[in-house]
Design a protein around this ligand. Structure first.
Ligand code: DX5
Ligand code: ZN
Length: 223
């Protein structure tokens, strides 16, 4: 079984305490930093951009988990400064040529993930399994922290795991993003998720003095 990993959702962190927050994550062994890149078109919000990504890289060696919530990412990949240690999620719904986007991502040497929104059927995945290392299953409609889980996504995550088994592709990693409480994380762990995006529902709950305990609580849910 694959190790359960925490990907800290940086849109939930406050800039004032960024350095201390990162230090806590390093000490606690947080595996990745989840960066929500938002263009105000694909999702109704603006978010973490190129300067922020560059700044974070100068602060820490923790590998990044770039979640591109942008329309037609194929024309913007070269802006981002993708590193081979990154996970890069592009959205199924963000381009009419998803397979081509995945091809264009390959030369960066990163892990290629396909993100899918709550209402996107799982058969959208079938034709691209050969081009991806992972699937990012959105448990909420992306764009904002602090939302409630879309209930149907629980069952959907289980169905995706089933699909991967059926296709003999259990090497494909399942990430889950949105309202990942310790409780939801435990349920999703049981159906095969191994990367957990941790935001206001878990590690960023309360002020910075709580983060360590929050991380340890989530950790217990995903071992
Ligand atoms: C969506 C985002 C949010 C958020 C996660 O793309 O990734 O889901 O930051 O944190 P929550 O939902 O716990 O506030
Ligand atoms: Zn995200």
């Amino acid at each position: 079984e694959r190790k359960g990993e925490i990907s800290a959702s940086m849109m939930c962190s406050d800039l004032v305490n960024l350095k201390e927050t990162i230090e806590i994550f390093e000490q606690e062994g947080v595996e990745r930093l989840h960066i929500d890149v938002m263009d105000g078109i694909f999702v109704p919000n603006f978010g973490l951009g190129v300067d922020y990504i560059r700044g974070l890289r100068s602060l820490t060696g923790i590998p990044l988990d770039l979640h591109l919530m942008i329309k037609e990412p194929e024309y913007k990949l070269q802006w981002i400064g993708i590193e081979p240690t990154d996970i890069v999620s592009i959205h199924y719904e963000s381009s009419f040529q998803v397979q081509r986007v995945l091809d264009w991502l390959a030369p960066y040497g990163c892990k290629r993930f396909l993100a899918i929104n709550p209402a996107t059927p799982i058969n959208s995945l079938e034709e691209v399994l050969d081009y991806i290392d992972g699937i990012n299953v959105l448990m909420v409609n992306p764009g904002f922290a602090g939302q409630k889980i879309v209930p149907s996504t629980m069952r959907k995550a289980a169905k995706i795991a089933e699909l991967l088994r059926r296709e003999g592709r259990e090497d494909i990693i399942m990430e889950v993003d949105g309202n990942i409480t310790p409780d939801n994380a435990r349920k999703l762990r049981d159906v095969g998720a191994s990367i957990f995006v941790a935001g206001t529902s878990s590690i960023f709950k309360g002020d910075i003095s709580k983060y360590r305990d929050n991380i340890e609580e989530l950790r217990r849910a995903i071992v």
